[in-house]
Ligand binder design. Structure first.
Ligand SMILES: [Zn+2]
Length: 605
């Protein structure tokens, strides 16, 4: 059984019960032979039987199944099939067939032939594609997607420290310990920041026991192998921690900078398999999203934002004037000193008819009512005002989507002139209110903005604050749950509280609230009832029980594929609401999972 405690991308951190032994994932599989014994710290080893052709996987130094071939039990696999060498394709295919039937370990050469697997899946061809940027992304992603959530994937040939973060992100759970020994045999000193490694340094900076000994007494093969293994182990631990912290993507972006091939692989993952990664990416995060480099523009949370602007978003009904404001380092924008100096000029002149949209990268544009939503509410990005072509394209598409999905008469660009240049063509009727040489916060500029807003709303009927707040709340609901849900969830409601601590009320019953640190709406039980009435897109079907705390996979019979980790969900049995909570796994794998949590529930129906 596999107990996943954290996920990011296609990577998982957790525990795998491998034939009675507990293995922490991601892990390294170490070959254990007389000439090259596995290290003391190995939690997973593979040991060759010198008398036969079978290699036996064993754990914590105990051989579990020395006669696996006869009994057909335990974890064993034929050595030749893991390291195929010159084995020809028809033999490999035949081996795949033999291994397909309920074997505790499946060996499949072609990822397109992988079926759902429970237990260990070995991908012997991983070695061939390990450094082939064009094939690796598709190879690993396809295997992970087809093998399903219960497969523990072992990729022989992938185990160099620099490869581990990226391959884990693409779904590999178990790495090849042999790589550390092979590097040592070719007199290579492993370095996580250098794919090619280096010659063993005379005075290594590394503080591992082997390096300390080598510093005093010089290098031996054993010392080099030990350092290489420790470098590998350290990276696996870093990856494990990064998955638990939700920081694996940052680690991957950092690692790929060391190698054009890795960078190309990540680009393929983002561009060819972005939809899959989006379905696994959380919709809420309480800490900030660090945007570290150009690859961050393609991370799933960022591409999802633009996608939802284009497919889910509808500008507030009564907004007549779109006012574009510049980005600021402080988020949410409403709290930024820049915006606090500019916004009164809008508020005092708009009579509720203006709609503030912040010009930003990498998200493109952030409408004011979505400022609290992840990742708009918190992301770290240097505000340089220096946009590359791709960023400009995203900004234009975002504004275009907002304009098209609204009933605006006019746009006012209260951004520096070079930013106005970028967005102007996306907005048919745009007026500039910042002159060359001015800053948007200058008095002359904000006065001009106030006049432009006043003129643009003209004689339009004023919109009451409560009505504007209600429109904004509807937009948050539809953004989170899909178009049309607000019609049901917010019907006959009012809003209590001071922004951003807003509560959606029906009479004196609370339906939902915004916690500023989460940004998204959190539902109460009556709120969950309304969500269930409005849509089945956030529904988990469960067996006949009353969930409390964690809803485990064993009790889940089905789930909507629209569910992303951290989404608000309802648990339902045969149409009856049983609980309200948040998802902890992507909806598309919930019904297939053998173990692990699918949701954490707060309210019982
Ligand atoms: Zn060392």
């Amino acid at each position: 059984m596999l107990d996943v405690v954290a996920r990011e991308g296609l990577a998982r951190a957790g525990r795998w019960d491998a034939d009675g032994e507990d293995v922490r994932l991601p892990a390294v599989l170490h070959p254990d032979t007389q000439r090259s014994p596995a290290p003391d710290f190995a939690q997973l080893t593979i040991s060759t039987d010198p008398l036969g052709s079978a290699a036996t996987i064993r754990y914590e130094g105990t051989r579990l199944t020395p006669e696996a071939d006869e009994t057909g039990e335990g974890l064993s696999l034929p050595r030749a099939l893991i390291y195929p060498g010159g084995v020809d394709e028809s033999l490999q295919k035949a081996a795949d067939e033999l291994n397909r039937e309920e074997a505790p370990i499946q060996i499949v050469h072609d990822p397109a032939e992988v079926g759902p697997v429970t237990g260990l899946l070995v991908l012997p061809r991983a070695r061939e594609v390990a450094d082939d940027a064009w094939r690796l992304a598709g190879f690993l992603t396809t295997a992970r997607r087809r093998a399903g959530p219960n497969a523990v994937i072992y990729a022989p040939g992938i185990g160099r420290p620099d490869q581990i973060a990226l391959a884990a992100y693409a779904g590999v759970d178990v790495f090849d310990g042999l790589e550390a020994s092979l590097a040592a045999l070719s007199d290579t000193y492993s370095r996580v920041e250098r794919p090619e490694g280096s010659a063993p340094p005379e005075h290594p900076a590394c503080a591992c026991p082997a390096c300390r000994d080598a510093d005093r007494e010089g290098w031996t093969l054993d010392r080099l192998r030990e350092h290489n293994r420790r470098e590998q182990r350290a990276e696996v631990r870093r990856v494990r921690q990064a998955i638990a912290d939700g920081r694996l993507r940052e680690l991957v972006e950092q690692r790929v900078r060391a190698s054009p091939a890795h960078l190309a692989t990540l680009r393929r993952l983002d561009e060819d398999h972005g939809d899959l990664y989006e379905r696994y990416a959380p919709t809420v995060r309480e800490d900030e999203l660090p945007v570290v480099g150009r690859r961050s523009l393609s991370r799933p949370e960022v591409t999802r934002w633009l996608d939802r602007l284009e497919t889910r978003y509808q500008a507030p009904e009564s907004a007549r004037t779109l006012v574009a404001l510049p980005c600021s380092a402080t988020k949410p924008y409403g709290n930024s000193p820049t915006h606090q100096r500019i916004r009164p000029a809008i508020k005092h002149n708009a009579r509720g008819r203006a709609h503030v949209v912040t010009f930003t990268s990498p998200l493109g544009a952030v409408p004011e009512e979505l400022e609290l939503m992840y990742p708009a509410h918190r992301y770290e990005v240097p505000v340089t005002g220096d946009w590359n072509e791709r960023e400009e394209q995203v900004i234009r598409r975002a504004f275009e989507a907002i304009w098209k999905n609204g009933g605006y008469d006019q746009a006012i660009l209260h951004v520096p002139p070079d930013e106005a240049d970028i967005v102007e063509e996306a907005l048919p009727r745009a007026e500039r209110t910042v002159e060359p040489g001015e800053r948007p916060t200058d008095d002359e500029a904000t006065d001009r903005l106030g006049e432009a807003v006043r003129a643009s709303v003209g004689d339009d009927q004023a919109i009451a604050r409560d009505d504007m707040f209600a429109e904004h709340m509807d937009n948050r609901i539809d953004w989170q749950f899909g178009p049309g849900v607000a019609d049901v969830l917010a019907e006959d409601t009012w809003i209590r509280g001071k922004y951003p601590w807003l509560r959606l009320m029906h009479g004196e019953d609370q339906l939902a609230m915004i916690k500023p640190e989460r940004g998204a709406l959190t539902l109460t039980e009556p709120g969950g009832r309304r969500l269930h009435e409005a849509t089945d897109a956030y529904t988990i079907e469960i067996d006949d029980f009353r969930p409390k705390g964690t809803v485990f996979a064993a009790g889940v019979t089905g789930a909507s594929e629209a569910i992303r980790p951290e989404d608000e969900v309802v648990c339902v049995h045969e149409g009856e609401l049983r609980a309200v909570g948040r998802a902890t796994a992507p909806g598309e794998i919930m019904a297939d999972m053998d173990a692990g949590g699918c949701a954490e529930v707060r309210h019982r129906g």
